[in-house]
Structure formats: structure tokens, C-alpha cells
Design a protein around this ligand. Sequence first.
Ligand code: GRG
Length: 304
Amino acid sequence: MTVSSNIFDETLLDIYAERVQSTLNEILSYPPQITQKPLFEAMRYSAFSGGKRVRPFLTYEFCKACTNDSDTKAPDYYAAAIEMIHTFSLIHDDLPAMDDDVLRRGKPTNHVIFGEATAILAGDSLITSALEAVCNNNFCTDTQNLRAARLICEKSGAFGMLGGQQIDLQSEGVQIGRETLNELHTLKTGCLFSCACMLGCIAANADNSLIAAAEEYGNCLGLAFQIKDDILDIEGDPKKMGKTLHKDDISKKNTYPLLYGSEQSKITLHTLTEKAIAALDAFSGVKSVKILTDYANILKNRDK
Ligand code: GRG
């Protein structure tokens, strides 16, 4: 499907969502008679339960910003892989041992439907399948695939998203300073965002200066996204959000609005969005980068 517009229009979101949907469908396919069928059903349940597909969007758009080619299939498996890692994190985050949530995207969480043990395995299998897909990307070279796989491990592992989750657990009910709060959210949320952006550049075989700019954009956007999420946890509409709200306050989580108030958090959200947009200067002269500018503002103003 061709994506030719350089002005943001909502259909772009649908086009990329469809593209990642179809790649996920291929990666998560299984023979009908397979004995471990519930595992595949659990993986597919969360992969197709109505996520916004923010991270794949970033992978596709950064690839386009580097190549100006919206039809290349190079980013397809990378975009699906980052969405699978994101899906794993949601399944595990909802488990009784973590946030113990029964609702996600307006539907029962994975463990509520499939049981805790299968939900754990579904999350684990999404990680291994994501990395396998990256290695099997025939539209990139082995060198690109190795770089992509290593990046996903770094950004989602103990020095990345999982490290952020650990800091979050350790900090519950404890007063933390701004530096630790930034570290927590940069790792927990920013890392997958920056990874998604960088994967698009890797798919395009872009040079390191563009990959570094994509990382900066992703880190700022991810942090902004988390602050917005925490504001929505207080001020949002539970129907639109599709999850239980006000849990941060109840479980004494360290969030920007709870530590610094809603107004100050909105200022920080705006500043970070502008900082993300400024990182796009590295792509000067690239027409399609306007979409990434607009997208940063769309995420800032989202209501779900
Ligand atoms: C592996 C247990 C474990 C945790 C890792 C990422 C994470 C830490 C936990 C997931 C829950 C969470 C609050 C993450 C912060 C980032 C965030 C706001 C995720 C929600 O992302 P959206 O809005 O989700 O893109 P959809 O539903 O649209 O896919």
C-alpha cells in the first residue's frame, strides 16, 4: 500500500496499522492441529486486541524519512517485532504479581482469559518470536538484522525497559527525586519508543547521525507519552482509556502529576514534545518528516 502524503491525515494511521496487522498475522500463524494451541491463541489475543500501534508507526515513518520510499518492505518485520515486545510487556505488566489488572484496551486481560501460567508463556513466546522475525527479515541484510536484534535486546532488557520496571517496583511508596523519576520513565517507556524509531533507520540503512537523532526523538516522545498517560490516569475517560483508572494514586506510584501536579506536568509534556520535534532537524530537507512533527503533537493531545 502506498503512503505518499506529506501532510498528516488519519488514514496514515490505518494504513500502517493494517500493514503491521498483516505481518503479525503471518508471524503468529500456526498449524491448526498443533498441541500447544492455547499458547498461540493467548499470543494472538493480545496482539490483536486493539492497540494503537504507536511504535510500528514510528518504525515505518523513520524508515520513510531515511529512504523516502514508503513501499519498501524492509521495516515490516521490525515494526511487528517492536509491537510484539510491547505486547509482551503489557501481558506481564497486568499479571497478579505486577499490576494485577483485569482490564486492558476495554477487554479482559490475558491472564483472566488464559490463566496466569499461559499468560506468562505467551509473553515469553512473543519475545522469542519477535527476535526470530527480525533474524528472518529477508528485506534487510544479516548485518542490519543483527543490529536490529541487538538493539531490541538492549532497549527491552535489564538496561532498558525491564530495568525501568524494576526501578518502578522498588520505588512504590517511596519518595523519589526528579532524576530517578526521569530514569524510571526513560527506561520503562522511552526505550521502546527510541528503539522503534531507530529500527526504522536501521531498516533504511541510514547513517549513525540519523540513528542518533531518531533515538533522541524517541526518548523525548516516550517520556512525553508516559507523562500524558499519567495525566490521563487522573483526568481521562475510563471508557476511552479501556482500563482501570486512578490506580497510580492508589498504589502510590511515582508519576509526574502525582509528584509535581497536573499543571507542571502539562508544561513538561509540552517541553518534551518540542524537544522531540527539534531532534528532527537532523532530517532537514526531508519532506515526510512533517508527519513525525505532527504525530508528536497528536500524541500530546490524545485522549486515550
Ligand atoms: C515486562 C512487566 C513488564 C513491564 C515492563 C512497559 C512496561 C514495563 C509495562 C507496561 C505498562 C505500562 C504502563 C507501560 C508504560 C508505557 C505505556 C503507557 C504503555 C501503553 O502503551 P500504548 O498506549 O498501549 O501504546 P496500546 O494499548 O495502545 O498498545
